[in-house]
Design a protein around this ligand. Structure first.
Ligand SMILES: C[S@@+](CC[C@H](N)C(=O)[O-])C[C@H]1O[C@@H](n2cnc3c(N)ncnc32)[C@H](O)[C@@H]1O
Length: 289
């Protein structure tokens, strides 16, 4: 069946006739194997619109030739996989997570840092950085001198994603000023600078974050454990088996008593449910034993 012919707006230079059902299935299989993201049949048109520009750029001419290319070329395959990620995100998404963080997690981090001990946070699947910067500002808080004291401690925030285009935006740390409207105004005042319509994340906040490219399905290079992990609206695109494997790995990376925050429509199931107890809506704490 020719899927592309059903398109109202074909991509210039790539005739819809060169996109068939077999091409969609082959791409969906490659994306699943490469990233865990499941592309149901309803996404066939999305696959066409995101991949056709890459087919054109590669000079392959047809989706069939392009599928053969991404099967043999890991770099091209990574580009295809990244192009099919969903990167939708926004500042202070699921505000109740940041309220919980402020009341239940931040105080113990502040104590650790004051005692000269390290603290580590992870924004896993950070997309273009809105989650990471929301978390960093929640950590620094509404009191500028306390935030500066926190930033002088041994605190690091790791932020990872597999999509290079999203990481580039996250690292640039510049957003339209209106995007930060959901944030508490003191956070924005202390930890960002606005000029015209652009808000830049300030130096103190930036100094705490390391952005890294990381596929959550692959090996993780980190050795130490985390005081909190945010992995929100990432697993929603995974099947159950992949989700359960991933949350079990997150549980291993948490200190006992530390927290995992997941997306509003996600929940912890499988073996990890024995070690991660729910302590709030989509918030889990690793049991002490
Ligand atoms: C919808 S965004 C969520 C962003 C943010 N966590 C939030 O809740 O607003 C999902 C992100 O997960 C990333 N992602 C998907 N599969 C991944 C994988 N296997 N490894 C790493 N990141 C992945 C995507 O690139 C995308 O940026």
């Amino acid at each position: 069946m020719n899927l592309g012919a059903a398109l109202s707006q074909p991509i210039p230079g790539i005739s819809p006739d060169v996109y068939g059902e077999a091409d969609f299935h082959a791409i969906a299989e490659i994306v699943y194997a490469g990233s865990g993201n499941v592309l149901p049949k309803g996404k066939a048109m999305l696959v066409y619109s995101r991949i056709a520009p890459l087919v054109r750029e590669s000079g392959c001419g047809t989706f069939g030739n392009y599928v053969a290319l991404i099967r043999r070329d890991p770099e091209q395959q990574a580009r295809a996989v990244a192009a099919l990620t969903t990167n939708h995100t926004f500042f202070y998404r699921e505000a109740h997570h940041f309220d919980f963080f402020d009341q239940e997690v931040r105080p113990s981090i502040v104590k650790k840092l004051a005692a000269g001990r390290p603290a580590r946070l992870w924004s896993a699947g950070c997309s273009s950085g809105e989650e990471t910067w929301s978390l960093v500002m929640a950590l620094l808080g509404a009191d500028k001198s306390e935030g500066a004291r926190i930033a002088r401690g041994d605190i690091r925030v790791l932020a990872t994603d597999l999509a290079p285009h999203a990481l580039t935006k996250a690292k640039a740390a510049q957003y339209e000023a209106k995007d930060l409207q959901p944030m508490p105004s003191d956070f924005v005042r202390h930890w960002t600078q606005t000029e015209g319509n652009t808000t830049a994340i300030g130096e103190v906040a930036r100094s705490l974050v390391r952005f890294r490219s990381l596929n959550l399905l692959h090996d993780w290079p980190m050795h130490g454990k985390f005081d909190a992990i945010f992995c929100r609206n990432v697993m929603i695109y995974f099947d159950n088996e992949t989700k359960e494997r991933l949350v079990a790995r997150f549980a291993d990376m948490l200190f006992p008593g530390s927290h995992l925050f997941i997306g509003h429509s996600e929940r912890v199931t499988g073996p990890a449910a024995r070690v991660l107890e729910p302590v709030g809506p989509t918030i889990y704490r690793k049991r002490m034993s």
